[in-house]
Design a protein around this ligand. Structure first.
Ligand SMILES: [Zn+2]
Length: 214
């Protein structure tokens, strides 16, 4: 009888110990801990200072709204190729045409062409395009590009009074990837693009910044 009793006590102890270990592991993994801030690298950052990007969810698949003129769609592919080639990986791709979507949170990233545009402020009227991003924590989940075709005339080969669509899209795709405006160094993320000029290649800063996340 005695050895059996000992063995029973031993087992109970082991189970107790296991319980404590399991609890400790649970504590370690679940204790709320503020994430540490990261170098900006030109990216938008969340309230913890973490860079907001697509992480492993690349290539980003972007749809094209039917209103986007067929004759201008090559500029979308060319602008994506610029990022993909110069970063040496496929991070942006066209998913096809998508009708009925709106530039709001619907988990679809879409490129829109608008012939009507908010005219209420000078800032809005001077906006060639804009990009809205949606994210959770530090993970981008959606990005919508809107091109202002009301106040600007676009071209694939611009004369002095036209805007180079490919250059604009390279800039907006930078926002899609999570980049902010860059006023400090030569960059496709400079806020302004003059009529009649092109900016179709990434600068060193753009590539370096992107390498922090992609
Ligand atoms: Zn911008």
């Amino acid at each position: 009888m005695a050895p059996m009793l000992l063995s029973q006590i031993h087992m109970k102890l082991s189970i107790k110990q296991l319980g404590v270990i399991a609890f400790l592991i649970f504590q370690t993994h679940c204790a709320p801990q503020a994430p540490s801030a990261q170098e900006p690298c030109g990216f938008n950052q969340n309230s913890y200072g973490q860079r907001i990007s697509w992480k492993a969810l690349v290539p980003v698949k972007m749809y094209i709204d039917p209103a986007f003129p067929q004759s201008f769609r090559t500029a979308i592919q060319e602008a994506m190729n610029t990022w993909n080639k110069q970063l040496g990986k496929n991070i942006l791709s066209i998913a096809g045409e998508r009708s009925g979507s709106k530039p709001q949170r619907d988990n679809l990233s879409v490129i829109y062409w608008y012939t009507t545009w908010d005219q209420s402020t000078q800032e809005s009227r001077e906006e060639q395009a804009n990009t809205t991003i949606h994210y959770a924590d530090n993970q981008l989940v959606e990005a919508d590009i809107q091109v202002n075709a009301m106040n600007f005339t676009y071209s694939l080969n611009p004369s002095y009074n036209e805007v180079d669509l490919q250059s604009v899209l390279i800039h907006e795709l930078g926002h899609v990837l999570g980049l902010k405006h860059n006023a400090e160094e030569p960059s496709v993320m400079a806020k302004r693009l003059q009529n009649g000029t092109t900016r179709r290649n990434l600068f060193a800063a753009d590539v370096l910044n992107c390498r922090c996340e992609y």
